[in-house]
Design a protein around this ligand. Structure first.
Ligand SMILES: Cc1cc2nc3c(=O)[nH]c(=O)nc-3n(C[C@H](O)[C@H](O)[C@H](O)COP(=O)(O)OP(=O)(O)OC[C@H]3O[C@@H](n4cnc5c(N)ncnc54)[C@H](O)[C@@H]3O)c2cc1C
Ligand SMILES: NC(=O)c1ccc[n+]([C@@H]2O[C@H](COP(=O)([O-])OP(=O)(O)OC[C@H]3O[C@@H](n4cnc5c(N)ncnc54)[C@H](O)[C@@H]3O)[C@@H](O)[C@H]2O)c1
Length: 455
C-alpha cells in the first residue's frame, strides 16, 4: 500500500499522553498529525479523573457538613446530584465537546485527523482510506478500555462503565459496583454520599488489593461509614436485568443482590490487535506495548500512557510523554524511572502511596523495616476530630537505609504524600529525614513519628 500523505510524526490517540506529545512536537516545529477516534483529551477529562473528582469534591462537602454538629453547630444540607451533573457537563466536559482541545492543537501547529488509526507497517498509519507516512516515526498513545469480566448473563445487560457513571444526569436509587479498585471505591463513596444505596463486590480478599492491607481496611471502614455494603473475596456468579433492575447472584450469599444500576469497574485492557501492531513486528496478544527507557517500542515507534502497562495514571502518561518528546527531538535525558511511582485514591480519607508495598519489597528479597502510625495520634489529627482517620506507613530498605515505599492515608493524604514521594525518588537517607524540621501542627508530622518508629 502506498502512502498518500506525509507527516513528520503521527500520534495515534490524543489522551493526556498523546495530546502532550502532539502539541509539544508541533510547537517544536515538527509536522505532526494527531489521530483521534473520539475526543481530543481522552479518558481523563471527559470520563475519568476530572469528572470523578468533581463528584468526589461535592460528596466530600456533604460529608464535611455532616461533621459540623460535632464541632461547630448545626448544618442542614440537601444533596442535589443535578449540581454535580451540571458542573461536569458545563465546566469539565463542555457537554462532551472537544472543540477547545482540537483548537489548542491546531494553534500549536498540529493537524488533527479524526478517525480510528491503525499501523500498516513501520512508520505508517492508516485511518479509514488514508495512509499517512511518518518520516520520523509514530507514537502510540491509545490508552485502555474497561475490561468486562465474563460473568454469565452480564453481556447484553445495560450495565454501566465509568463513562455512563460520569454522564449520569440522575442519581440512581441503588447501585452495585463490581470491582473494589480505584474506580470502584471512589465512585461507591461519591454516589453513596448523595444517598444512592451502594454495594461493592470485590473478588480479592480486600478493597484496593494492589495497595497495603491497611489501605484496604481503611477504605472498607470509610465506605461502610457512608452506608456502603462491602463484600470482599467473593465473585458475582450470574447477572441479569429484567428491564427495571439488576439481579446479581453472589457466591456465599443466599439472597441475590438487586439494584437499579450495575457499575463494572474491574480493570482496564488495551486492544493491540485492532492497532495492528503485528505489522511492525510486535505481539498483538501482549497486554501492553513494551518500551525501553526512552519510550521506544521499535524503529521509529514510541508508546506512552496506559498502553505501556506501567501504571494507568494521567501523571504516568504525561511523564512518559515528556521523555518521548525529548527522544524524538534528539535531546538526551534520563530513562523513565518508576521506582517512585505515586498514586492517590481520592476517597475520604485520601489514600496516597508511592513505591513498593511491604509485600512487594519482601518479594524482591529485600530486608525491610516498617512502621505504621495513625494520623489521629498527631496533634493536627487530634485537633481535626471527625474525619481524621488515616495512617502513615513507611517501608525502608534496611540495608541501604532509604525509604522504598510509603502510604499516606488521611485528610489531604494525597498532598502529604509529596514529601514521601521526594524521599523515595531522591533516596534521601532515613537518618537525614529524621533530622529535619517538620512544621507544627501539620498532618505530615505523623511522618516524623513514623520515621522514629521504623523497626
Ligand atoms: C473513572 C476514572 C478515574 C480516573 N481517575 C484518575 C485520577 O484521579 N488520576 C490519574 O492519574 N488517573 C486517573 N484515571 C486514569 C487516567 O484517566 C488514565 O491513566 C489516562 O487517561 C491515560 O491517558 P492515555 O494518554 O494513556 O490514554 P487515554 O486517556 O485512554 O486516551 C487515549 C485516546 O486514544 C483514543 N484512541 C484509542 N484508540 C484509537 C485509535 N485506534 N485511533 C485513534 N484514537 C484512538 C481514545 O479515543 C482516547 O481519546 C482515571 C480513569 C478513570 C476511568
Ligand atoms: N485516583 C486515581 O488515580 C484513579 C482513579 C480511578 C482509576 N484509576 C486508574 O484506572 C485504572 C482502572 O481502574 P479500576 O478500578 O477499573 O481497576 P483496578 O485494577 O484498580 O481495580 C479493579 C478491581 O476489580 C477487581 N475485580 C476484577 N475482576 C473482578 C470480578 N469479576 N469480580 C469482582 N471484582 C473483580 C480486581 O480484583 C480489582 O481490585 C486503575 O488501574 C487506575 O490506575 C486511577
Amino acid at each position: 500500500m502506498s502512502a498518500n500523505e506525509q507527516a513528520g510524526v503521527v500520534v495515534v490517540g490524543l489522551g493526556p499522553g498523546g495530546e502532550y506529545v502532539a502539541g509539544a512536537l508541533a510547537e517544536a516545529g515538527l509536522d505532526v498529525v494527531g489521530v483521534e477516534a473520539e475526543l481530543v483529551g481522552g479518558e481523563c477529562p471527559y470520563w475519568g479523573c476530572v469528572p470523578s473528582k468533581m463528584m468526589i469534591r461535592a460528596g466530600n462537602l456533604l460529608a464535611e457538613a455532616g461533621r459540623v454538629p460535632a464541632l461547630a453547630g448545626e448544618a442542614v444540607v440537601t444533596p442535589d446530584w443535578g449540581r454535580v451533573a451540571g458542573r461536569i457537563r458545563d465546566e469539565a466536559t463542555d457537554d462532551w465537546n472537544d472543540q477547545v482541545a482540537a483548537d489548542r492543537l491546531a494553534a500549536k501547529g498540529g493537524r488533527l485527523v479524526r478517525g480510528r488509526g491503525r499501523l500498516s507497517g513501520p512508520r505508517r498509519v492508516t485511518v479509514g482510506d488514508r495512509t499517512i507516512e511518518a518520516r520520523r516515526g509514530v507514537v502510540l498513545a491509545t490508552g485502555t478500555r474497561p475490561r468486562i469480566p465474563p460473568v454469565p448473563g452480564l453481556e447484553g445487560t445495560p450495565y454501566w462503565t465509568n463513562r455512563d457513571a460520569m454522564a449520569a444526569k440522575e442519581l440512581p436509587e441503588s447501585m452495585i459496583v463490581l470491582g473494589g479498585g480505584a474506580i470502584g471505591v471512589e465512585l461507591a463513596q461519591a454516589f453513596a454520599r448523595f444517598t444512592c444505596v451502594v454495594t461493592v463486590i470485590e473478588g480479592q480478599g480486600r478493597l484496593l488489593p494492589q495497595e497495603e492491607p491497611e489501605a484496604g481496611e481503611l477504605a472498607t471502614e470509610a465506605l461502610r461509614a457512608d452506608g456502603v455494603t462491602v463484600l470482599t473475596g467473593v465473585r458475582a456468579q450470574r447477572i441479569s436485568h429484567d428491564g427495571t433492575e439488576f439481579t446479581v447472584r453472589v457466591e456465599g450469599e443466599e439472597e441475590p443482590l438487586r439494584a437499579e444500576r450495575l457499575l463494572v469497574a474491574t480493570g482496564r485492557h488495551t486492544d493491540l490487535t485492532a492497532l495492528a501492531v503485528d505489522t511492525v513486528g510486535l505481539d498483538p496478544m501482549a497486554g501492553a506495548v513494551h518500551t525501553d527507557g526512552q519510550m521506544r517500542a521499535g524503529e521509529g515507534l514510541w508508546a506512552v500512557g496506559d498502553i505501556t502497562g506501567r501504571g494507568a495514571f494521567t501523571h504516568v502518561s504525561m511523564y512518559q510523554a515528556q521523555i518521548a518528546v525529548r527522544d524524538i527531538l534528539g535531546r538526551p535525558g534520563p530513562d523513565a524511572d518508576y521506582r517512585a511511582l505515586p498514586r492517590v485514591t481520592f476517597t475520604d480519607p485520601e489514600i496516597g502511596a508511592v513505591g513498593l508495598t511491604e509485600r512487594q519489597a519482601c518479594e524482591r528479597g529485600l530486608r525491610v523495616r516498617t512502621s505504621v502510625l495513625p494520623v489521629a495520634s498527631s496533634t493536627r489529627g487530634w485537633i481535626h476530630g471527625p474525619g481524621n482517620e488515616g495512617f502513615i506507613k513507611l517501608v525502608e530498605d534496611a540495608d541501604r537505609g532509604v525509604l522504598i515505599g510509603a502510604t499516606s492515608a488521611g485528610p489531604a493524604g494525597g498532598e502529604v504524600l509529596y514529601g514521601l514521594n521526594v524521599a523515595v525518588h531522591a533516596e534521601i537517607p532515613v537518618d537525614r529525614l529524621r533530622h529535619m524540621i517538620y512544621t507544627y501542627p501539620t498532618f505530615h508530622r505523623t511522618v516524623e513519628a513514623a520515621l522514629g518508629a521504623l523497626r
